[in-house]
Design a protein around this ligand. Structure first.
Ligand SMILES: NC(=O)c1ccc[n+]([C@@H]2O[C@H](COP(=O)([O-])OP(=O)(O)OC[C@H]3O[C@@H](n4cnc5c(N)ncnc54)[C@H](O)[C@@H]3O)[C@@H](O)[C@H]2O)c1
Length: 255
């Protein structure tokens, strides 16, 4: 990947105001893409846009809202002129859903919240990105899942496991079914990644013990390392690669 890899291309990234999404926005912009990123955190979005090249735009939009997903794609087309890359990055535990809770104690509302945050947001991002990509005969979609969508871990909830596994298989289905129409769909599955949110929500001791247990590398992944994989999957040169699930996990999935 070089500074010109994405020259002339437009990317839409959800949840780009912090953490992994922010690293993806910075990386695609540095490699020449014009980027529209969305987030529900207005202040953080303005801060990231302010530090990025002038062709990087921020839109306040909720990835779990169908109207906002449609508006995000319409804005990319109206303001930046086209849509080549869609990165569906939003996804976390929904309100009320916690890692330690047993399945027998999981409230349907908490379950629904996590499915909406992780899986519905991804589906909506794809639903509205696909029409302009199909019309152009090309497009690259990269969905951010999690190692919890592939392996079982004690730090994820039941809903998060199920939702991220859903992201993986939804992506594989779309990769297969749109393969002859110029659309590529790939998944990046992060392991434990040191984002501001994780640093704030997970005490250092817990992080260290999870890394010891799960990551053969014995360290957390950096958001920039996830962005590297996204850039590779999204790049025009990766034309043959579709339906891949790319773990960036310090070796966890090889155990
Ligand atoms: N950090 C990790 O260890 C880790 C591990 C595996 C997978 N992931 C996945 O990577 C992705 C990014 O993770 P992160 O830790 O950077 O995320 P995060 O929770 O820190 O949030 C990233 C951004 O998304 C925004 N956001 C939240 N809900 C939104 C919504 N409904 N619409 C628009 N924006 C919204 C937040 O304001 C924030 O700026 C997620 O899909 C997550 O599940 C992260």
């Amino acid at each position: 990947m070089t500074a010109g890899t994405f020259s002339g291309q437009v990317a839409l990234v959800t949840g780009g105001a912090s953490g992994i999404g922010e690293a993806i926005v910075r990386r695609l912009a540095a490699d020449g893409a014009r980027v529209l990123f969305t987030d529900i955190d207005e202040a953080a979005g303005e801060r990231v846009a302010g530090a990025a090249p002038e062709t990087t735009r921020f839109l306040h939009a909720d990835a779990t809202s169908e109207a906002d997903a449609e508006r995000s794609v319409a804005t990319a087309l109206a303001v930046l002129g086209r849509l080549d890359i869609a990165v569906n990055n939003v996804g976390n535990f929904g309100a009320g859903d916690t890692a330690g809770a047993g399945l027998e104690d999981t409230a349907v509302e908490a379950w629904d919240n996590t499915l909406r945050q992780c899986l519905t947001s991804c589906m909506l991002g794809m639903k509205y990105a696909l029409p302009p990509m199909l019309a152009a005969g090309s497009g690259s979609i990269v969905n951010i899942a999690s190692l919890a969508g592939i392996r079982v871990t004690r730090y994820a909830s039941y809903a998060y496991h199920a939702a991220k596994a859903g992201v993986v298989h939804l992506s594989e289905a779309a990769a297969v079914l749109y393969a002859t129409r110029g659309i590529r769909v790939n998944v990046v599955a992060p392991g434990l990644t040191l984002t501001p949110n994780v640093a704030g929500a997970m005490p250092e001791e817990l992080r260290a013990s999870l890394v010891r247990e799960f990551h053969p590398s014995q360290r957390m992944v950096a958001p920039e390392e996830i962005a590297d994989a996204v850039a590779w999957a999204a790049a025009p040169g990766g034309a043959g690669a579709t339906g891949l699930v790319i773990p960036v996990d310090g070796g966890w999935s090889a155990r």
